[in-house]
Design a binder for this molecule. Structure first.
Ligand SMILES: *Cc1c(COP(=O)(O)O)cnc(C)c1O
Length: 435
């Protein structure tokens, strides 16, 4: 496979942007090599600058559940662009998207649109603090909630520790109220609540953890978080930026039957344009300005182009039977991965929820971040490069989820099943050579 043009573009890009990228996950640091530069996307396929075609399981890290350049989305955006790209004043489009979102995710009685998942989680934390009058909150080790200072925290050892920033530039002061617990460890959460009585405003959690690979909540975990929040007077924030409209049409909260106080959304809600949202119970959301005193604003929030893309995406996604078809595609991909690994004799842990899936090269089950980190990332790198050679693009990191779209039905899926089979054979050969 020839990737000369991508390499040339990379050499140019590094002169202007750190690592040649505008988000570090796009660099190939976790797998080696240099990033593929993309020229266009169509349906299930990405085309790189050298004209190579890949079946895409990254899908812009989740948003493109209809595939690339879906005609409904393209048409909606083009039509809106001709009427102006931004007004800085309210529009009917915002009401329409809010109506659909609140119907699909009924725990969000009221919401506000922002421009990214980062803004959504940052604002939801602020709402929880403003509403409860408490400063501390709990997050889980290995859960990612965007790059706001207070959320960029790595857990230390012990049941719960004061958060230590995991990036230079984040002052200690910004994270001193961030408490961290291990995912799927309810005892740790209870102990943290008991250690800081009446000081914890909220728990923020990914209902299915999709930023440390892909880890399902153990039975009772989410229910336990709900109960602990009620017992200790804290709010439950489910960060559904990744899982919203993907684990189920109503998000993971629908699939697992958990009602959060606040929800954050992103990714699919914008259909490939920059959109996020935070919302929840009306009584809580009324702390937000201009109704309440909590300030949050955005020049391009509720931007008409982004609203149009979100509306077209969610309206199409709700068409009779469409979501189920995307789940069926995901079932097939997941089954193909398990079968290929078993046939090649490669130890693998896999999981799936709705239209998302994930895998770890590990003999032991993975239920939290430390177990995830113990998986074999070298094998993942071999798997990744083998798939790219076969014309299949997956995340260039062992700690990301996989995503499917309605466009993956048919030819793309058949291609994937063959490619995955060969990729696991490659992993097995490599393992044999190094043994
Ligand atoms: C992607 C993601 C975010 C951050 O969203 P951005 O739009 O990248 O700022 C927050 N939370 C979760 C769970 C995510 O997956």
């Amino acid at each position: 496979m020839n990737t000369t043009r991508s390499s040339e573009l990379y050499a140019e890009a590094v002169q202007f942007m750190p690592g040649g990228v505008n988000s570090p996950g796009r660099a190939f640091k976790g797998v080696g090599g240099t990033p593929l530069f993309i020229e266009r996307g169509e349906g299930p396929y990405l085309y790189d600058a050298d004209g190579n075609r890949y079946v895409d399981y990254v899908l812009s890290w989740g948003p493109l559940i209809l595939g690339h350049a879906h005609p409904n989305v393209v048409e909606a955006v083009a039509k809106q662009a001709a009427r102006g790209t931004s007004y800085g004043a309210p529009t009917d489009l915002e009401i329409q998207l809010a109506q659909i979102v609140t119907q699909m995710v009924p725990s969000m009685q009221m919401l506000r649109f922002v421009n990214s998942g980062t803004e959504a989680t940052m604002s939801a934390i602020r709402v929880a603090r403003a509403y409860t009058g408490r400063d501390k909150f709990i997050k889980f080790d290995g859960n990612y909630h965007g790059h706001a200072d207070s959320l960029l925290v790595q857990a230390g050892s012990g049941v719960a520790t004061f958060g230590l920033p995991n990036s230079p530039g984040v002052p200690q002061g910004a994270t001193q109220d961030t408490l961290t617990c291990a995912y799927n460890d309810l005892d740790g959460v209870r102990a943290t609540f008991e250690a800081y009585p009446e000081q914890i405003a909220a728990i923020i959690a990914e209902p299915v953890a999709a930023n440390m690979g892909f880890v399902l909540p153990e039975p009772g975990f989410l229910e336990g978080l709900r109960a602990l929040c009620d017992e200790f007077g804290a709010l439950l924030i489910l960060d559904e930026v990744m899982t919203g409209f993907r684990v189920a049409l109503g998000g993971a909260q629908d699939a697992f039957g958990i009602e959060p106080d606040l929800t954050t959304l992103g990714k699919v809600i914008g259909g490939g344009l920059p959109v996020g949202a935070y919302g929840g119970k009306r009584s809580i959301m009324e702390v937000v300005s201009p109704v309440g005193p909590m300030y949050q604003a955005g020049t391009l929030s509720g931007n008409p182009l982004a609203m149009a893309a979100g509306l077209a995406t969610l309206t199409t996604l709700r068409e009779e039977g469409l979501f189920e078809r995307v789940v069926a595609v995901t079932d097939r991909v997941h089954a193909a991965i398990k079968e290929a690994a078993a046939d090649a004799g490669v130890s693998l842990q896999t999981a799936q929820a709705g239209t998302m899936f994930g895998l770890y090269f590990s003999e032991a089950p993975v239920t939290n971040y430390s177990e995830a980190k113990a998986s074999d990332t070298m094998r993942y790198a071999t798997y990744f490069h083998a798939l790219v050679e076969e014309g299949v693009y997956v995340a260039p990191s062992a700690f990301e989820a996989g995503f499917t779209s309605i466009a993956h039905e048919g030819e793309a899926l058949d291609h994937t099943i063959e490619a995955v089979r060969r990729a696991f054979q490659r992993v097995a050969e490599q393992a044999e050579q190094s043994a």
